[in-house]
Design a binder for this molecule. Structure first.
Ligand SMILES: O=C(O)CC[C@@H]1NC(=O)NC1=O
Ligand SMILES: [Fe+3]
Length: 401
């Protein structure tokens, strides 16, 4: 059978649901044509492939390309000064209520051109690419007015053109209240629904819509209005839910059939059950939990028992998670949230793909999926979760190249 390229003498962690655990194949082979996997499995069962390019992997491990399914990668400025204030004991919420936090990044982002936003995001993107990330989700949410929100989303799309990586964009206009709203959240939500969302949907700038459901952000009722409008424009939704308190955001996300509910430190059993019923993915963000020194971990045991898929992501953002290592996010998922190695690896591949509504195209080594691979210099997959700081990536393949 004709194909473009073969990777042989490899050990595969396929993450294929049909296979147990990590879907391990000891003497494996991957064959691809036109950027799509034709075969991934035991070499002895492979068809007789004819390929111009044959890579001998010398026993190295191959996983699906990594998927970072929750980032705020595009923004202006940084929040190192705020970090120092928090070290002196000023809580994150207090800074946000006093007009710092997201709003201070808003000012820097509004002042930046699209080119500035691309240039400042590239080093962060390159750090993730260096660790084998082949798909990334990038949110807006630091513009908080139409022009700047569109600039953020255009910059995110431009990053996908500037680097060999698949970018999924998310409109997060309901991230914080801009100063010019003078405290009127309902009026801002109306403007978001009547002005921002229609323009962003018309220009095809967002693949999904997100919101921050929290006391310092938007209420469940306001989020429901945003979600109803998103769905009226044919856009799927996801939600920053139950991060700092239990506003029953997880259940709200499930009610709208959200792709994912994210953070979830304060989610209760009813929220878990609602997510299980709806098929909503739990996106866990240990970088933010660690960085703002949260003490209540998400109910991983309840998610596990209820069969709620769990993804892991960096939540790369200047305020609560200036993290550009998905490998370290996995270590934090295991160390801080007590996820297993298999759950962590699935969380940055198969389940992260599901959280983006892309589970049919990426996230596992299976025929018909994109040939996005990460090839590792490790003796066993657990090393990818165990180590902190060493990057064992040998090669990264996106779309078969
Ligand atoms: O502080 C920031 O800049 C973003 C914080 C980030 N956004 C959100 O909804 N939750 C978070 O942790
Ligand atoms: Fe976030």
């Amino acid at each position: 059978m004709r194909c473009d390229r073969i990777w042989r003498k490899a050990r595969l962690a396929t993450l294929a649901p049909a296979r147990e655990g990590l879907g391990l194949v000891e003497d494996g082979l991957v064959a691809a044509r036109d950027g799509v996997i034709l075969y991934a499995g035991p070499a002895e069962e492979a068809p007789d492939f004819d390929a111009p390019l044959i890579e001998d992997c010398a026993g190295r491990w191959i996983t699906p390309g990594l998927v970072d399914c929750h980032t705020h990668l595009v923004y202006g400025g940084d929040r190192a000064d705020e970090f120092e204030r928090r070290l002196s004991g000023v809580p994150y919420e207090e800074i946000a209520r006093a007009g710092g936090g997201i709003v201070s990044t808003m000012r820097a982002t509004r002042a930046a051109s699209e080119q500035d936003l691309v240039a400042s995001a590239l080093p962060r993107l390159d750090a993730l690419i260096a660790e084998g990330v082949t798909t990334i989700e990038i949110k807006s949410g630091y513009g908080l007015e139409l022009g700047a929100e569109m600039r953020q989303l255009r910059a995110a799309r431009a990053l996908g053109a500037a680097r060999p990586i698949t970018v999924a964009t998310t409109f997060l206009g309901a991230h914080a209240l801009p100063p010019e709203a003078n405290g009127d959240k309902d009026a801002y939500v109306r403007r978001l629904i009547d002005e921002m969302l229609p323009a962003i949907a018309r220009d095809g700038l967002a693949d999904a819509v997100d919101a921050f459901c929290e006391g310092i952000a938007f209420s469940p009722e306001q989020v429901a209005l945003v979600f109803a409008a998103a769905q009226a424009h044919g856009l799927p939704v996801k939600l920053h839910a139950d991060q700092l308190s239990n506003l029953h955001g997880a259940a709200l996300a499930a009610r709208f059939g959200a792709l994912s509910a994210d953070h979830l430190e304060h989610t209760d059993a009813a929220g878990v059950a609602a997510m299980a019923q709806a098929g909503t993915v739990a996106v866990l963000l240990p970088g933010a939990y660690y960085f703002i020194r949260e003490t209540k971990a998400p109910p991983v045991d309840l998610f596990r028992a209820a069969g709620v898929p769990m993804a892991l992501a960096t939540d790369c953002n200047p305020g609560t998670s200036p993290l550009t290592s998905l490998l370290l996010a996995m270590n934090m998922g295991a160390t801080l949230f007590r996820m297993t190695v298999a759950e962590c690896l699935a969380g940055v591949t198969r389940e992260a793909a599901r959280a983006l509504g892309m589970g049919d195209r990426i996230g596992t080594l299976e025929a018909g999926k994109a040939c996005d691979l990460a090839i590792w210099d490790v003796e066993r997959p657990a090393e990818l979760v165990y180590r902190m700081g060493l990057n064992p990536l040998h090669a990264r393949i996106r779309g078969g190249r």
